[in-house]
Design a binder for this molecule. Sequence first.
Ligand SMILES: Cc1cc2nc3c(=O)[nH]c(=O)nc-3n(C[C@H](O)[C@H](O)[C@H](O)COP(=O)(O)OP(=O)(O)OC[C@H]3O[C@@H](n4cnc5c(N)ncnc54)[C@H](O)[C@@H]3O)c2cc1C
Length: 475
Amino acid sequence: MGFMPTKTPVIWWVRRDMRLADNPCLAALVETGRPVIPVFLLDEVLESHGAAPKWRMGLAAECFAERLAGKGSRLIFRRGGASRELGRLAEETGAGAVWWTRAYDAEARSRDRAVYEGLKDRVDVRAVDGHLLMEPWSVRTGSGGPYKVYTPFWRAVKDRGPGGGWPRVSKIPAPGRWPESENIADWNLGREMRRGAAVVREHVRVGEAEALKRLRVFARDRLSHYGDARDDLARPGTSELSEHLTYGEIGPRTCWDVGERGMREGAPGAEAFLKELVWREFAHHLMWHFPDMAEANWRSEWDAFPWKTDERSREVRRWKEGRTGVEIVDAAQREMYVTGTMHNRARMITASYLTKHCLVDWRVGRAWFEDCLIDWDPASNALGWQWVAGSGPDAAPYFRVFNPESQAEKFDVDRRYRDRWLAEGRRRPSRDALSYFDAIPERWSMAPGDVYPDPVVGVKEGREAALRAYRDFKS
Ligand SMILES: Cc1cc2nc3c(=O)[nH]c(=O)nc-3n(C[C@H](O)[C@H](O)[C@H](O)COP(=O)(O)OP(=O)(O)OC[C@H]3O[C@@H](n4cnc5c(N)ncnc54)[C@H](O)[C@@H]3O)c2cc1C
């Protein structure tokens, strides 16, 4: 940094890094010894988010504002194009620097590039790592290119370790005068959630303290069995950290540490957990190197596949509404609508049913998840969909069609998952199953007493049609 008097404030543009611990950007800002002005923007990127991620991001920001206040700091809320607002704020406060934690998806990157170009001649502009264990360009194949297959990627990084942790910041120097802030409540970020917000809110845990608590509970009670339990649909066997990781309420290094400690102590599930954290890295690695991964078939030969794209088709409507008539698929869709998240195994089953049995374009499903998931992550979601559809790097081959019935028999042995999420035909539906009907739009005209429908696409016939389409496509 060039010369800057010690009173000159520095701006921390807070995005997906809402934590005090293990936060390299914040630690570096505090290290400058200058007053720090944290700012959160309702900018072009946040405006474009789906309903659930936008709402959940707002909850994260509100919670983080309180956390900062507890440290004698503040979170300034501003609305407008990122370049313009940050430029204004720098001018108003006389700030000498604008720093942020790096993002990796195409939309955020193009915004960040514009901010950099707009400000670099006036202030010190920097993007700092911290969202990932390792920067995407730092992992290379023998020939110097990016990895396209997970297992060699895993082998390349598993022993690398993320390096030391960062000290928890205990004090954040405040400026003599704070700039004006809007009130985040006025932004009404939950508008598009409509009546669903009240239902989903019961299932959401927000903020750094909750994230750290979840990690502790996971390390104590679940890590050892994680390898087997992670596929059980009905019992909580995973960490449930994805919503915190995506908003940066917890750092990936903090999670990695727990897995590594588990490895040292011989916890059988520890390696499986580290592997999942590396799937997240792999998704970001791919997203960085192939920025249109969320939009385009990663294997371009799939452009010629006859996916159905009509969002108003019966199959798509029924899939979104959780009434395909295939119980495990409907249970999955309803879990997402009520909790904002979905079990990983269920994501694969329901994505497979849409793209294979119904032959619907994976981008239709990707967009629906983008609207409904509170743990929406641009990279992991895109990779997940392309992986299931067969169009992605290292994807499940297309002909491997998940059979929803045998998946249900295997991973929902005693039907607890289906009974938790489905009301129709049950004498005493569960509270969660009933709450679905309070969350969905009334125009779907669904009621717990409805007769459960026949499959919109039968399990056997769908599989045959998918394989036929694939054969035709190949030939
Ligand atoms: C179609 C589809 C869409 C998906 N969309 C998302 C998404 O939008 N956001 C998201 O965070 N994950 C997504 N995933 C990955 C995975 O389903 C979730 O990360 C996982 O269910 C979160 O639960 P957990 O935190 O309890 O995970 P755990 O099993 O405890 O795993 C720990 C962490 O590892 C990471 N992780 C685990 N599995 C994966 C994976 N397959 N790919 C990438 N990272 C992984 C997550 O950050 C997770 O929090 C998707 C998967 C599929 C198949």
